[in-house]
Design a binder for this molecule. Structure first.
Ligand code: DX5
Ligand code: ZN
Length: 220
């Protein structure tokens, strides 16, 4: 199943970073049966962010277990080195950080040439204006509401400004706007009040006793 950028609003995308990796296939099945159609995969290299997660090999395993659209969030330096590997592993959308790419236009074009959708992530202190020259080449804008690296951090309110700018700057058939970090039952309403399409939720979903019930609550 594939969600496109013209999908209905108020999507919740589970971040597998907070899933139980000893039973990943079951956790994926659980959230997909509850209605999730896009899964968020956090790739960390220990350089761009202080944490290390997983690479294309695990993405390929997730691809086999999941029917969802896979959004692969690359928190790695010089992401152009790995774009092909992640698309071949099964990424539907590849998201690079504006702060980590040394040539954003080149990277977006490379992702498209590989046949995937192209996303750009912005750290909380990176102004939205930094990516405005590239907006025509962007399918997905990921507004970070924590400094990337770890799940379970507190939502940073000042990121709401980037959310509003991202929503205001797009044309009717423009990019999808998603928010990543610290989204939970307490913060989800203010996120969607800005007009964004999708919230990524990790600990606020997989930390629940009733994961399908929590997903439905977050969807509102
Ligand atoms: C943060 C990651 C997020 C993370 C969100 O570096 O990019 O996707 O998994 O986790 P929560 O929802 O727990 O803040
Ligand atoms: Zn992420």
């Amino acid at each position: 199943m594939t969600e496109t950028k013209s999908s209905p609003r108020r999507l919740i995308s589970p971040s597998l970073l907070s899933a139980d990796f000893t039973q990943l296939a079951q956790q994926i099945e659980l959230v997909e049966r509850a209605g999730a159609t896009r899964l968020h995969l956090d790739i960390m290299d220990g350089h761009f962010v202080p944490n290390i997660t997983f690479g294309p090999f695990i993405v390929a395993a997730i691809r086999k277990a999941a029917g969802s659209h896979l959004d692969v969030h690359l928190m790695i330096e010089q992401p152009h080195r790995y774009l092909q590997q992640f698309v071949e592993a099964g990424a539907d959308t590849v998201i690079v950080h504006a702060e980590a790419s040394d040539d954003l236009s080149r990277d977006l074009e490379a992702i498209h040439d590989l046949g995937a959708q192209a996303g750009v992530a912005l750290n909380p202190d990176t102004p939205f204006a930094q990516i405005e020259p590239c907006l025509d080449a962007i399918d997905y804008v990921l507004i970070m509401s924590v400094y990337p690296g770890f799940g379970g951090q507190n939502f940073i309110d000042s990121a709401l400004t980037n959310m509003v700018h991202a929503v205001q700057a797009r044309s009717p058939d423009g990019y999808l706007v998603a928010v990543d970090g610290g989204v939970n039952l307490t913060t989800v309403e203010q996120v969607f009040d800005t007009g964004v399409d999708m919230a990524i939720v990790g600990s606020g979903l997989f930390g629940a006793d009733d994961i399908p019930g929590r997903l439905k609550e977050l969807q509102g």
